[in-house]
Design a protein. Sequence first.
Length: 71
Amino acid sequence: MTARRQTTIRLPDDLADQAEHVARVRGVSLNTLFIEAITAEVDRARASKSFNDRARDLRRREKQLLKRPAR
């Protein structure tokens, strides 16, 4: 079984209403709708060259910061 993490999101009322409607029409839970939407966005980001370039640059900067001596 996949480990699960519980989190809270805050949505504008109109978006929450629309999401609930879409979930009802599709016959899925709101949780399932959110998982599917987030999965699609993560997949889209991972397929993006510009995203991967920025992620690589961020990792490099973080490594450089970790190498600095503490003050």
